[in-house]
Design a protein around this ligand. Structure first.
Ligand SMILES: CC(=O)N[C@@H](C)C(=O)N[C@@H](C)C(=O)O
Length: 711
């Protein structure tokens, strides 16, 4: 078949539609062991998936269950146990530890008003449905990964969750008395305290993806008494989240931002700090209820650094570091811990090992940490699959999601082998996904030339993923789309990547560059970039592109640069620093001018740190520093740009506000550089709403085809 860039837009849209139908795995839970009358054991596996529905313009969430027969160390037989069911309105849901009950926080619209309910299900009945909105004990429930949780007490009598603190009802000084009392029968509302003069008070929130989340509080439902209470004793300056019940249900352990692990005792209301004041996340209690592991890194400096895995012993109250920060990749291949979230269940049944899925260079591997020895063993480093994500581990049954650039997500499971035999895992595929035979992929390693070596952090290599159509016509040179990731401290691992796969099916090669500064390559690589953003990262991308072009088989006159956020910063830098090299450019919510972004973003520290300065909350930059920030920004190179630019901007982006893209748009327009701007209303930084993503893809594809002269 000829390549799709020779085809009509409708055919490209149809290709995108087909590939966007591959669902992604979001969650898996292993149910209790059931022993059959013949002595066999089986467990139910509950899975949640999400899939784009282009017709309805939404991500639909659905579940599917599987039955797995096993002998506690190997899977004997497994099969789906029914079809998929769509899940509507569930913000959070959790089975009780025994598996007998299920709790759901549901949002639904009643007579046009959004309400939140907390439901308890048992057997085939909804035994309780509490209207949290009407109770008015708190504001909306937090359902995000940063703060949110829904946790059963060990006794299964109470539920713990996080919600916005209740605010007193504010009303005008000039509201007449008769209009201030509600006309309808709502006792809770009538009794509500009102304050005057607070109507226009500004409440700062937690920013991008956490908009309107301002003051989280821990809430407890006493199921029997249907009573919700807000936990007291937590200092006002601490914002709690990621909470769970302490052993014996004596209190609650939580992450409190300013960042630390805390314990609040339910009887005394006393709140104790359990860890040092560093950025703590994902505390997880061991099955024997004796230890808590958690991830930790420094509060200041670059976002997304190499983490430590720490452990707090509940009984000795001692904290230890199990896995420390890794500066350079180790001989055995381990490069450090870069996950931001541990799987909700991550312990082996004997409470001796912890499982973590984590970027290791350009792959995502499944690692086993032995807490006594502090050793890290990869279960997957030798596999052909590019990315392994742990969904859960329960009684040593691991449920994982696997994918590769040529294979959409599939569901596998296996028992964790005994200590010392970790390499002998025997994976069983529960839900296969169709391998895409027309896509080939490889990981390339680059050593920067001596003049581009970093004198403070010498000898750092970097990598890129190269996707190519498997079949090419004889002598045909492939047009190339280059994509540096954002962050800059993030990484593109060898997962299923929708737009890259579609581009590849259209006949483009795609180069995804993990320049120095990416996560997954050791802390030194991360630290090598701040202060050198806009030069070291730009040169790495250019070096990778030129090296790939030298391999032959690529059309050096048809190279596109496409990036988002810091990747957009790099795209705009590259077209300014290498004028004419790139035939076409696309930038999603790009960082254009660090000095103006500083005052408008939700991460001002990021601007300061990446520009090479130390950040403190009371930082006051002088004119020289602000000038340096401009110097390091793509806007500085706008006068050199010749390449046509497509900008895709999210109106509600709090991370890189769209005014950044507008600054570039105006600058290019003034210089008669072809520029087109797509403005996505109701979208934030990721532009991930189904219509924004699909429209963005089509516009990007057509913009590239047009400017490659292939239309
Ligand atoms: C830390 C951070 O959010 N940086 C942004 C400027 C950024 O580059 N974000 C990346 C991860 C993105 O792709 O959105």
């Amino acid at each position: 078949k000829d390549f799709y860039f020779e085809e009509e837009p409708d055919e490209i849209a149809s290709l995108f539609r087909d590939q966007s139908a591959h669902p992604s795995l979001k969650r898996a839970d292993v149910g209790p062991v059931i022993t059959t009358q013949y002595g066999g054991k089986c467990s139910n596996i509950y899975t949640e998936w999400s899939q784009r529905d282009l017709e309805r313009n939404e991500q639909v969430k659905f579940c599917r269950q599987y039955i797995v027969f096993h002998d506690d160390s190997s899977v004997v037989f497994s099969s789906p146990s029914g079809n998929c069911t769509e899940i509507k309105g569930e913000l959070l849901s959790r089975d009780s530890p025994s598996g007998d009950m299920k709790a759901v926080v549901r949002q639904c619209s009643i007579k046009g008003e959004e309400k939140q309910f907390l439901e308890i299900w048992q057997k085939n009945t909804k035994v309780k449905s509490l209207n949290l909105t009407a109770l008015k004990k708190h504001g909306k429930v937090y359902e995000d990964d940063q703060f949110g949780c829904l946790v059963w007490s060990h006794s299964e009598t109470h539920l713990l969750y996080v919600a916005e603190k209740k605010r007193p009802k504010a009303e005008s000084f000039f509201k007449s008395p008769e209009s201030s009392s509600p006309s309808y029968e709502d006792e809770a509302l009538k009794a509500e305290e009102t304050v005057k003069g607070e109507e226009f008070v500004y409440y700062e929130d937690w920013g991008e993806t956490l908009v309107n989340k301002s003051t989280p509080v821990l809430c407890v439902l006493d199921i029997e008494g249907s009573n919700v209470s807000v936990l007291e004793g937590i200092p006002d300056e601490v914002s709690p989240g990621q909470a769970f019940w302490a052993p014996g249900d004596t209190g609650v352990v939580f992450v409190g931002w300013w960042s630390s692990l805390f314990y609040v005792d339910l009887t005394s209301g006393k709140c104790d700090q359990l860890s040092d004041s560093s950025a703590v996340s994902s505390p997880r209690l061991s099955p024997d209820l004796c230890r808590i592991v958690y991830l930790e890194c420094g509060v200041y400096g670059p976002h997304q650094q190499c983490n430590r895995l720490c452990m707090y012993d509940w009984y000795t109250k001692k904290t230890s570091v199990i896995v420390d920060v890794v500066k350079r990749p180790r001989e055995d291949g381990f490069t450090g811990l870069y996950s931001t979230i541990l799987s909700p269940l991550c312990w082996s049944i004997d409470s001796q090992r912890v499982l973590i899925s984590c970027p290791q260079k350009s792959r995502q591997d499944l690692l086993v940490v032995d807490i006594s020895a502090g050793t890290v063993t990869s279960l997957t480093s030798k596999s052909d699959v590019g990315s392994w994500s742990l969904l859960t581990i329960h009684r040593d049954l691991m449920v994982v999601c696997c994918s590769s650039p040529n294979c959409p997500p599939s569901l596998r499971l296996a028992f964790l082998p005994e200590r010392g035999s970790e390499k002998e895992v025997c994976w069983v595929v529960l839900e296969e996904s169709p391998i895409q035979p027309d896509i080939s992929w490889q990981i390339l390693t680059f050593t920067p030339p001596p003049e581009q070596d970093n004198s403070q952090y010498p000898g750092l290599d970097f990598e890129a993923l190269l996707l190519k159509p498997k079949e090419t016509k004889d002598g045909e040179k492939l047009p190339l789309i280059v994509t540096p990731h954002g962050g800059p401290h993030s990484v593109i691992t060898a997962d299923w990547l929708l737009s890259s796969a579609v581009f590849c099916k259209m006949g483009f090669a795609v180069l995804l560059v993990n320049y120095r500064g990416s996560t997954g390559y050791g802390q030194d690589s991360i630290l090598s970039l701040p202060g050198n953003a806009g030069s070291q990262d730009v040169k790495d991308v250019q070096f990778a592109v030129e090296s790939v072009l030298k391999q032959g088989g690529f059309d050096k006159h048809r190279v596109a640069i496409v990036g988002g956020s810091h990747g957009g910063f790099l795209a705009c830098h590259l077209i300014g620093q290498y004028p004419g090299f790139y035939r076409v450019c696309v930038a999603r919510n790009p960082v254009i001018n660090l000095s103006t972004m500083l005052g408008s973003t939700d991460i001002p520290d990021w601007c300061v740190v990446e520009a090479g300065y130390d950040y403190g909350t009371d930082v006051m930059l002088d004119a020289v520093a602000v000038g340096k920030m401009l110097d390091k920004s793509p806007l500085r190179y706008a006068p050199q740009v010749k390449t046509p630019v497509l900008l895709t901007l999210g109106e509600d982006d709090r991370r890189v506000p769209p005014k950044q893209g507008i600054e570039y748009y105006r600058s290019l327009k003034a210089r008669q550089v072809p520029v087109r701007l797509l403005w996505y209303q109701g979208n934030n930084h990721s532009l991930s709403a189904v219509d924004a993503e699909s429209d963005g893809f089509m516009n990007i594809a057509l913009w590239i085809i047009q400017h490659f002269g292939l239309a």
